[in-house]
Design a protein around this ligand. Sequence first.
Ligand code: AMP
Ligand code: MG
Length: 400
Amino acid sequence: MISVQAAQQHILDRVTATAPPEIVPLPRALGRVLAEDVRAVFDVPPTDNSAVDGYAVSAADIPAAGQASLEVIADLPAGRVFPGVLRAGQAIRIMTGAPMPAGADTVYPQEIVQRDGARLAIPSLGRGANVRYRGEDVRAGEVILPAGSVLRPQELGVAASLGLPLLPVRQRPRVALLSTGDEVAEPGDERKPGQIYDSNRFSLRGLVEAAGGAVIDYGIVPDRFDELSARLTEAAGIADIVLTSGGVSVGDHDLVKAVLQESGGIDFWQVAMQPGRPLAVGRIGRAHFFGLPGNPVASMLTFHLFVRPALWKLAGRRELFPARFHALAAEPMRKKTGRREFKRGILAYTDRGWEVRTTGPQGSGILSSMVHADCFIVLEEERGDVATGERVWVEPFALS
Ligand code: AMP
Ligand code: MG
């Protein structure tokens, strides 16, 4: 028996390569992993500019109390640069985003002044009010997006603000995906007596794609040694990761083991966790191999724990594990010591803070528990039964 943490460490130690880089246009870069640091080559914003629609003045003309009267000498829309210099007694009508005119250092919002033709009456105001300064967003020379960052909408916006139309990203790791089992039928096909529809290939496909991988679908492979062996070998020839579900336990027809024992380089682990104990991990040809359990919740959970960090490392990401935080148990939870247990949880914010309850029955075949859940509840190895009100770890699905 091996611990979850030891299994994760073994897996990550084996992932030494990173997917090669490619250049993609900004509109196609969402969710990709940056392959190189992005360094600002100029300040953003490039000039001091107005934060409001109003009037640019020089601090020397601001009255300490009462009002002062200035002459409005020009109109400055955003995108236009004032060619001259503001002199004593003058103001310039300025729009949000327009560069500060030379000689001006403060902007009056239009709401607090009175204008009468070319005359402008201004009250007292702090020097430098309503000015956005050159470089206050990004400084020239700064690494604003480090290599290994996942490109979210805000990273794309920052890259665009630096004028970059293309970004170097890591190629998506290729993940060959197949289901094993004579009992497994393709959705859309007729389901024969004794058969169930393949759910794993679809939830796993979603997990792979959400994690930034590209799926190569190898369909359903029956429990036949030759066919499984041929399909796995073929998949290993083109994929970075080969992912199967089913056939790794100790049943008569659990052939993944038998096939892979032939090719060597595979470990079969009983991981000290619930659900999802049997797991096959190793290499097949040049690909990383993960044989996940057949039970639908177990296959999703083992993906989350073991495959995704490997995929993320391959994709060049810096962060390999999801965020987690503490919540209070809203109900008692059964827990066996000596293994890490993962329950499907539902979070709620109450006057006691974050609380979590389970989705109900926690069988590893109850896939609908994943639908009702918004987090995994993670109960550590050494822990026993959990009483209401105890602190537990939760890993929200939406944060990963
Ligand atoms: P196995 O590890 O192959 O013995 O499978 C364990 C359990 O998971 C059995 O109840 C299988 O029917 C079920 N199972 C295996 N593969 C799938 C699949 N692709 N989709 C849904 N359930 C599956
Ligand atoms: Mg099977």
